[in-house]
Design a protein around this ligand. Structure first.
Ligand code: ADP
Length: 793
């Protein structure tokens, strides 16, 4: 019966040593399938140690225990040296008298079942491990190590497949043996055979048990396969194709350096483990890519100057860039959630929250402006934009926001608006100011016309005088306008040279005395020092002093007083300076006006119909001219009705005057200054110029054409001819040439007057032999300077 059982059977006698330790056992009887199940041939009469010296100790212990105790056992145990490694289910029970130490054994080969069971347990444990891992390399290493420990394999590979590009990339591999590394990318068709390809695509594993024997020689493919296997010391392997959504994406392979009969359980295990790998690895890669892109995003987000965040539909926030935290001084944990509301200006909070909800509701872009508090406590204006992120149903799930600092822009906008307002005011005032003298002139003209000049209330000299005065006023305004333009656009050229401020101021004061007397104001000048050398441009400085003196006249009442004084100041921290003070007891300046009056177009609260209208440009000119020569101008006034004092500081220079002082202004002297013939086809201009020259103390006459001028020059013999270049018939160049042809004309100085300032034109004038050159409209100072020069004074 025993012989016909499906179970293996043997009767053994356990051999003990003197200490009662089981040493070995001898086979007394075996049945017919014993040999097939154990691989032991002719066992009867032999001991186990004789047959398999390495047989595990636990087997001897097991049977020794049964023999000694007389208790039967039922176990499942592994025997590595029997039949190439086998799991047995064993029933062992005592046989006969205990002192005989005989044990009967019934056993089954349960290797297959056992391996499946272990495989399943391993699979569960691997699955648990995978759940913890997020890094691709860690995933492969952990799985590979567990398989290697369980299957005793000597290598594994994970290969990315890209069929579209015909590429196979070995991403991960491990070898227990020393073989050349094969990480890298290979052409797919060279990497695998068409048959293997078909297998993998169909989801079937490719299994070799002994490549050398199994693969028939004779084909190139076989040769490549065998050579590769030999190089990598692979005899047996299981390779599994991994697909996702119908696309073949990767391969996982385990290899053994020895030929090997893979059991069905082993193959199944490798298949199942491999099946889990692809989704895990894909997820790990996606997470890594997300992390990289998140890192990239954050580093860019921290580079931009704007404050960035993302927020939820309810307005709470999840993330801020570094700039927000730096700007507000909030910590990240403080800021996220609702911390941001604390940084918004209390006056802006309600409106901002409302617009945010509206944008979320409508799913539209949010754009608004509000103030955000800087960590130093000040608020700055920001323009805030937020874009909605919607889910498939169109619901807003997030808002991505950015705040851009527009504080500077806002301020600029306000400044521009203010400048624009001032300009409008200025234009209105300019119109008004120009209209007064124009109305007065046209009235007089009308009167002259109606009365044919016969009205005794307006005799010719009086009419000319009054009209000249008005024209003079107009001229001054136009001069101021031009001057401001020139200074603004940097067209002013300062001819810096050392000169003495004391005589210059004194002369300018003297020059205005007449106007002060006429308007019943008193002008005082005091200078305890006799000389104050400064570096600069005399003409411009005269202009500065003149503007201040004119204001003194305009902004005092009848009988008012203006004091001009000069002194030298120095304290230890400053280089010595000249201080010019122009002080009056006039209408004064309100404190809030004191800064602004130096701006272009700014005037105090004076009614539009001032008798002494100006354009609000004088002080702007003063300030800019003084600043140009590194000086400073300031005003002091106790307020309205308290008088004002203008103070100008100019750095002193150690240099001495290079030229003898020139009287810049034609202080009318006794006796004639010289004769000037004005030639201009524009009768009005010619007349006004003549009047001007006369005021300056010259004898002057006008002619309106080249030919009449030629006659007059011969008869009257002027020292200087002031010649308009652009005249009809005989132009200035022609007249000049003719004059120079005459014997009497050779020494006559001819000054060209022109409206064109181009260099080419200037050169032409120079070459034509003119003594000088003046641009229209005439600048008093320049005219005076040039006349003095050509007349040799
Ligand atoms: P304008 O005199 O043409 O108005 P300014 O630039 O010279 O232009 O002066 C600007 C403003 O400063 C004046 O409109 C006036 O309100 C104020 N201001 C100038 N000088 C004085 C002064 N001496 N006393 C009081 N106010 C003055």
């Amino acid at each position: 019966m025993l012989q016909h059982m499906q179970q293996g059977y043997s009767l053994i006698e356990v051999i003990f040593n003197a200490q009662d330790q089981p040493l070995d056992y001898r086979f007394l009887e075996v049945n017919s399938i014993f040999e097939a199940q154990t691989g032991l041939v002719d066992a009867v009469g032999k001991t186990m140690r004789q047959l398999r010296p390495a047989h595990e100790q636990h087997w001897f212990e097991l049977y020794g225990q049964v023999a000694k105790t007389g208790q039967s056992v039922h176990v499942e145990q592994h025997a590595a040296y029997l039949a190439g490694g086998v799991w047995y289910e064993v029933f062992a029970f005592p046989f006969g008298e205990v002192q005989n130490h005989q044990v009967a054994i019934l056993f089954n080969d349960i290797t297959e079942r056992k391996q499946r069971q272990i495989g399943r347990e391993l699979l569960i444990s691997i699955t648990q491990d995978l759940g913890q891992l997020t890094d691709e390399t860690q995933i492969i290493r952990s799985v590979g190590a567990r398989l290697a420990a369980h299957l005793g394999i000597t290598g594994y590979h994970y290969v990315d497949i890209d069929e579209d590009r015909d590429q196979a990339t070995v991403r991960h591999c491990w070898h227990a043996l020393d073989v050349p590394p094969i990480l890298g990318t290979y052409p797919l068709h060279a990497f695998v055979s068409p048959a293997a390809l078909a297998n993998w695509r169909a989801g079937k594993p490719i299994i070799f048990r002994d490549i050398e024997r199994e693969v028939p020689d004779g084909t190139a493919e076989a040769a490549v396969l065998k050579a590769g296997a030999a190089a990598q010391q692979i005899s047996a392997c299981i390779t599994i194709g991994l697909s996702q959504e119908g696309k073949w994406k990767a391969c996982f392979a385990v290899a053994d350096s020895r030929p090997r009969q893979w059991t069905a359980g082993e193959i199944e295990l490798v298949e199942e483990v491999a099946g889990q790998l692809l989704p895990r690895i894909e997820r790990a890669r996606a997470e890594a890519a997300l992390l990289t892109s998140q890192k990239r995003f954050e580093s860019i987000a921290n580079l931009v100057p704007d404050l960035l965040w993302d927020s939820n539909p309810d307005g709470s926030t999840n993330w801020y860039n570094q700039r927000w935290l730096e700007y507000t001084g909030q910590r990240f944990e403080e800021a996220i959630g609702w911390g941001w509301t604390d940084a918004i200006h209390p006056d802006d909070q309600a409106a901002s929250a409302r617009r945010y909800s509206q944008a979320v509701e409508a799913g539209t872009l949010l754009r608004q402006e509000h103030r955000i508090r800087h960590h130093d406590g000040t608020y700055r204006w920001f323009v805030v934009k937020a874009a909605p992120l919607k889910d498939e149903t169109g619901q807003v799930v997030k808002m991505y926001g950015a705040a851009i600092d527009i504080h500077g822009l806002k301020r600029l906008e306000a400044t521009l608006r203010e400048a624009d307002r001032r300009k409008d005011e200025f234009i209105a005032m300019l119109g008004h100011e120009l209209r007064n003298p124009l109305a007065s002139i046209s009235n007089m003209l009308l009167l002259l016309q109606l009365t044919q000049g016969a009205d005794s209330s307006l005799p010719y000299p009086k009419a000319v005088d009054q009209m000249s005065r008005e024209v003079g006023h107009l001229n001054r305004m136009v001069d101021d306008l031009l001057e401001v333009g020139r200074i603004r656009y940097g067209l002013i050229q300062l001819h810096k040279k050392p000169f003495d401020l004391v005589p210059l101021v004194r002369q300018t004061v003297e020059l205005t005395r007449y106007a002060y007397a006429e308007q019943q104001r008193h002008l005082f000048f005091a200078s305890p020092v006799t000389s104050l050398m400064v570096l600069g441009d005399e003409t411009r400085l005269v202009q500065v002093v003149m503007n201040l003196l004119t204001n003194g006249l305009k902004y005092t009442h009848k009988g008012g007083r203006v004091w001009v004084s000069l002194q030298r100041v120095s304290d230890s921290s400053l280089a010595p300076q000249a201080l010019l003070s122009v002080k009056d007891d006039g209408i004064g300046i309100a404190p809030e006006q004191q800064q602004a009056i130096f701006d272009i177009f700014v005037q105090g609260e004076t009614p539009l119909d001032r008798p002494q209208g100006g354009l609000g440009l004088g002080l702007a000119v003063v300030k800019q001219l003084v600043n140009l020569r590194e000086g400073q101008v300031a005003v002091q006034s106790g307020g309205e009705g308290q008088g004002s004092e203008f103070l100008i500081h100019l750095p002193l220079t150690a240099q001495a005057a290079v030229e003898p002082e020139v009287d810049l202004f034609m202080v009318p002297a006794a006796g004639l200054q010289g004769r000037v013939l004005v030639v201009d086809d524009n009768v009005t201009i010619a007349h006004s110029t003549v009047r001007l020259l006369k005021l300056m103390g010259y004898e002057a006459r006008a002619r309106y054409s080249g030919s009449s001028a030629l006659e007059e020059a011969q008869q009257w013999a002027p020292d200087v001819v002031l010649l308009d270049l652009g005249m009809p018939q005989m132009d200035g160049f022609e007249l000049n040439r003719r004059l120079k042809e005459q014997s009497w004309g050779q020494t006559m100085a001819v000054i060209a007057l022109t409206g064109y300032g181009q260099q080419a034109h200037q050169l032409q004038v120079k070459q034509a032999g003119f003594s000088g050159y003046l641009l229209k409209p005439l600048q008093l100072a320049q005219l005076s300077e040039l006349l003095n020069e050509v007349m040799g004074r």
